[in-house]
Design a protein around this ligand. Structure first.
Ligand SMILES: NC(=O)c1ccc[n+]([C@@H]2O[C@H](COP(=O)([O-])OP(=O)(O)OC[C@H]3O[C@@H](n4cnc5c(N)ncnc54)[C@H](OP(=O)(O)O)[C@@H]3O)[C@@H](O)[C@H]2O)c1
Length: 255
């Protein structure tokens, strides 16, 4: 396989367009899984898979596709250290999501139709990011000393830390088997109601700065368009719950 800059440009443009489309579709109504599936008045009969299984299947291609591209590259390419570190950042994130996060995940079963689109997206994005890094990226040998790489790496690691820590706080809100929603507290939840999403957005913008390339910026933009609206809907949902609690407390104290 050879590097095709026009293929990279076209796939990145598709990613940017998908981000805009998602923003347009889900800025008013939330994507129907997890918390926001419960909000539906008449839930449609949709097939579901356990959350653990669904997250494992959904995230696996984003790890596997770049790893396969690397393994199948002939002749093998021994990229500069900076390039290998960037590949490690992307695959490291998805290694965690596939083999650690999905097994720790609790909560509601996941709709099959969302899983289907999630798998397609992870194949697409895993191919784009992996193909660019393995076949197209040209970095100087000392890229790991460049300010873009170091600042991007720090932002990526900070975002990943926030994301993992916030997902841990969310898991600890419930006893095993419980499905109720509570107000998350502690960590960055003290400042941002969607701290796990905030962490993930920082992560991919850090990755984009460190790689300084169109596919990674397109992915960071896509992430912002996908989980930005979800964070907004979570925030509204929690604000609603808080007002209801305040009202109940108020009426109870009046009785
Ligand atoms: N890069 C991307 O494009 C992208 C897209 C989507 C997600 N993600 C990442 O994937 C991870 C999971 O996403 P998500 O949309 O599933 O996050 P989420 O809606 O916050 O749910 C995460 C987990 O926490 C539980 N939970 C959420 N709020 C809770 C509350 N108030 N009380 C108790 N439990 C609560 C959920 O249970 P229920 O399932 O029962 O609601 C679920 O198990 C996040 O880290 C996110 O950043 C990335």
């Amino acid at each position: 396989m050879q590097c095709s800059p026009s293929l990279v440009r076209s796939l990145s443009s598709v990613l940017l367009a998908l981000g805009v489309l998602h923003l347009w579709l889900y800025s008013h109504t939330p994507s129907r899984y997890g918390k926001h599936e419960e909000e539906e008045e008449e839930p449609p009969r949709r097939a579901h898979l356990s959350a653990r299984c669904a997250w494992f299947l959904q995230e696996l291609p984003a790890f596997l596709v770049p790893a396969l591209l690397l393994a199948l590259r002939s002749p093998p390419r021994f990229a500069p250290l900076g390039c290998r570190l960037l590949g490690g950042m992307f695959c490291g994130h998805y290694f965690h999501r596939t083999f650690i996060y999905s097994f720790l995940r609790r909560g509601r079963p996941f709709p099959l139709e969302k899983l289907f689109f999630g798998v397609l997206f992870c194949i697409f994005n895993g191919f784009l990011q992996g193909y660019y890094l393995i076949y197209c990226a040209e970095y100087p040998d000392d890229w790991y000393n460049d300010i873009r790489f170091t600042s991007g790496l720090l932002l990526f690691l900070f975002g990943m830390g926030v994301n993992i820590h916030s997902d841990l706080i969310l898991r600890q809100l419930r006893k095993p088997g419980e499905l109720t929603y509570k107000i998350p507290q502690g960590g960055l939840f003290a400042y941002v109601s969607g701290a796990n999403f905030f962490g993930e957005i920082l992560e991919w913008f850090g990755y984009a700065i460190a790689t300084w390339c169109l596919p990674a910026f397109a992915f960071a933009f896509f992430t912002l368009c996908v989980i930005g609206p979800r964070a907004y809907h979570h925030h509204r949902y929690q604000a609603c719950c808080l007002y209801i609690l305040i009202l109940i407390n108020f009426f109870c104290s009046c009785l």
